[in-house]
Design a protein around this ligand. Structure first.
Ligand code: DGY
Length: 416
């Protein structure tokens, strides 16, 4: 155990670039949004100051309108595509122009509860509130209660089959040619396909010509999906922001946050699929549910957004998935014909998703399954090291090696 802790701490130290942590060397040479949030929880187990720094440095990238970008390009690197030249955003430090799953408020609440660092939490609170306001305004302008993503990268689950139909609508005619750097660092069989990249970049090209203005992006994007994972993580984060507002907020903040929570609570049942035993995304352009069973479909458990009957139904569905793979929780149902045990978000297991699902299951009294998922995650790390993700059929470590959020999760996720 001590050896594992030492090794996990060594990963974070090696990936430290001065107050921020790269997800892994070379493959991801900048600061990523939700990576850093989970990584801060790892730092907090042995260096509280460094944990707070991680969040503070990420928020150096926050835009005036409240958006927290998915990448902050603190220092140049030719190891990654698309770099700041392709994004063409105005912010300094340079950033990308889309966001990522909003888990920061959840992490800040946990850091504050663990450290009692009121001054640091107080300084971060208004920035978190601004980001949550941005989500509501920029990604749910009609006030439906469900925010939408405008780019698969915003989901954090880039090549999930959840986006296949919506992404097929994006023409591959972006002006920027794709220059894959990721497949120089790791096998192409573990990464998204070139055609997906052409569409990712075509969306970036479109948004850049729209000057990254949220109203114009909302009006003109061919890709607009109310993602289950994002809404679940945002709901959980709003709950945590509400708790922080009690200590650090202005009059009116709590009512404002409670209103957003109530709207989402009312809208979420619309994404439930009883037969599938999980939640599914909704495609706002097609005005249709996306029939897909991904691990994100279980994340409403983490948000307290389900009733106990749904929680039992989801637990039974996860048990059914377990009959087809050795390690839980694969990112796609192993019964989906698109299941690919090695390809990024189309099958592999991710430690951070396991953590959120298991914490959610435990909240609903599903302790045995939560403990099993925790045990599988530990076994995967023992078998595959601190890999970016893992093959659910063999346990092989995949993607980037010495990966920060996997090490951080090993450090900070205690058995349920
Ligand atoms: C990547 O480049 O793989 C990231 O997931 C996109 O941010």
């Amino acid at each position: 155990m001590t050896e594992l802790i030492d090794a996990a701490q060594a990963v974070l130290r090696a990936n430290d670039r001065g107050g921020y942590t790269v997800p892994t060397d070379r493959l991801y040479p900048f600061q990523w949004n939700w990576d850093s949030a989970f990584v801060a929880l790892g730092w907090a187990t042995f260096d509280e100051d460094r944990a707070w720094r991680e969040i503070e440095r990420l928020l150096e990238g926050q835009w005036d309108d409240g958006m927290v970008p998915h990448i902050v390009f603190h220092v140049p690197s030719d190891d990654y595509f698309p770099g700041p030249d392709v994004w063409g955003t105005k912010h300094r430090p340079a950033t990308s122009g889309v966001t990522q799953p909003p888990v920061l408020a959840t992490v800040v609440r946990r850091l504050f509860d663990a450290t009692g660092a009121a001054e640091r939490a107080a300084a971060l609170y208004p920035k978190l509130l601004a980001w949550h306001r941005w989500w509501a305004k920029a990604r749910d302008p009609q006030g439906t209660g469900l925010v939408a993503i405008l780019h698969p990268w915003e989901s954090g689950m880039d090549n999930s089959p959840a986006w296949d139909l919506a992404l097929a609508r994006v023409p591959m005619s972006g002006v920027t040619p794709i220059r894959r750097r990721d497949t120089r660092h790791i096998g192409a069989d573990m990464r998204p396909q070139d055609d997906e990249y052409r569409r990712y970049i075509a969306l970036v090209d479109l948004f850049r010509t729209l000057r990254w203005e949220p109203e114009a992006m909302w009006a003109h994007t061919p890709f607009k999906v109310a993602d289950v994972g994002i809404n679940a993580m945002l709901h959980r984060a709003e709950t945590d922001l509400l708790a922080l507002a009690g200590g650090f907020g202005q009059p009116g903040d709590e009512d404002e946050i409670a209103l957003r929570l109530e709207r989402r609570r009312q809208a979420m049942p619309g994404l439930w699929n009883e037969a599938a035993g999980l939640f599914e995304p909704f495609d706002l352009i097609a005005q249709a549910p996306v029939p897909v069973a991904t691990s994100a479909g279980f994340l409403p458990l983490f948000a307290g957004l389900v009733d106990t009957r749904q929680a039992r139904r989801m637990a039974a569905e996860i048990e059914r998935w377990a009959e087809a793979v050795r390690y839980l929780v694969p990112s796609l149902s192993p019964r989906d014909p698109r299941f690919d045990a090695k390809r990024y978000w189309r099958g592999p297991v991710w430690a951070i998703v396991n953590r959120m699902i298991a914490e959610g299951l435990a909240d609903y009294g599903q302790d045995a399954l939560a403990t099993r998922i925790h045990g599988h995650t530990q076994a995967l790390v023992r078998r595959g090291g601190f890999a970016e993700y893992f093959d659910p059929t063999t346990g092989e470590g995949l993607g980037g090696e010495r990966f920060s959020w996997t090490a951080a999760t090993a450090l900070s996720w205690a058995a349920p």
